[in-house]
Design a protein. Structure first.
Length: 225
């Protein structure tokens, strides 16, 4: 078995046209974010290059960039490993997420029209179905899309830019608790939609703050039975 831990066929070969260095970086970051490459996992350049259908050079460059950004740890004489976040590290990021998304929910309640509400309802239905089908990957992706839509409806460019900086790390922390959050997460999403639809800024803020706090608490309880 490859130490990179990626079954044959999991990762498509990258197309040659375009900025290959950036495409390799994005592919590896997505694999880390979705935990196809797990925290603490050893990353072997030659094996990753084989999976991606590229030479080792762009993989090496991508790993160095991911190390700079905190996704990968480069250890002398040992190689590259997927970063293992400390509990405090996760707590700090999820707390910042709460601040950003609570404000986004307030602004969405102030500005959203019927098309925005319908888009949230459609995403919520998709997420509920993913939970019913036990499709964790789709549930995580749809959860990210739902929160991104709320941020879009807020209409604040600076807020959106700040949220984008933490979005992938939020997905990283959410993935291992997605199944545990399950149906309850989407019940909370429905409550948020109702608050936004009624233009209740205070209620929208309250619901989003409680929702993100539940995720933070669940992350810290993830290894308990």
């Amino acid at each position: 078995m490859l130490s990179a831990g990626l079954p044959q066929g999991t990762v498509p070969k990258l197309e040659r046209p375009g900025p290959l260095r950036e495409r390799v970086y994005e592919a590896l970051l997505e694999l880390i974010t979705t935990r196809a490459l797990r925290p603490g996992q050893h990353l072997v350049e030659s094996e990753l290059a084989g999976h991606l259908g590229v030479s080792r050079q762009p993989v090496r460059e991508a790993l160095q960039r991911l190390n700079t950004e905190g996704w990968v740890d480069l250890r002398p004489a040992q190689g590259a490993f997927v970063h293992e976040p400390a509990e405090e590290e996760a707590d700090q990021l999820l707390s910042v997420r709460t601040l950003l998304e609570a404000e986004a929910a307030r602004l969405a309640a102030a500005h959203s029209g019927r098309p925005g509400i319908e888009a949230l309802e459609e995403l919520c239905a998709r997420g509920e179905q993913a939970v019913a089908d036990d499709d964790v990957d789709l549930a995580v992706a749809t959860n990210a899309a739902f929160h991104a839509k709320v941020m879009e409806l807020a209409g604040n460019i600076v807020l959106s830019e700040l949220a984008a900086q933490v979005d992938r790390r939020v997905r990283w922390y959410y993935t291992p608790v997605a199944r545990r959050r399950g149906t309850q997460s989407w019940i909370e999403h429905r409550e948020l939609i109702a608050a936004i639809a009624s233009r209740d800024e205070g209620r929208a803020t309250e619901v989003m703050r409680a929702h993100t706090e539940h995720t933070r608490q669940t992350y810290h309880l993830r290894e308990q039975s």
